[in-house]
Design a protein. Structure first.
Length: 72
């Protein structure tokens, strides 16, 4: 399953890259990409665990950019 989410308060392109790398390391994620310019996260992940994966992705983002949230 592939979905796109809006990122709120993403302030740093370097942080976006770090967040993308962290999300790609989550078990079940096939591919994740973050566009700093459009402030969007596109993620392809295992359908059966998608909600759990998104919760882990949100935690990973908070560690890197505490003000950033994923608009789910």
């Amino acid at each position: 399953m592939t979905k796109t989410y809006k990122l709120i308060d993403l302030d740093c392109a370097n942080c976006a890259r770090k967040m993308e790398d962290a999300i790609n390391k989550i078990d079940g994620v096939e591919k994740a990409s973050i566009s700093f310019m459009t402030q969007k996260l596109t993620i392809t992940a295992d359908d059966a665990r998608f909600d759990k994966i998104m919760k882990e992705a949100a935690k990973a983002c908070k560690k890197i950019e505490p003000d950033c949230t994923i608009d789910m």
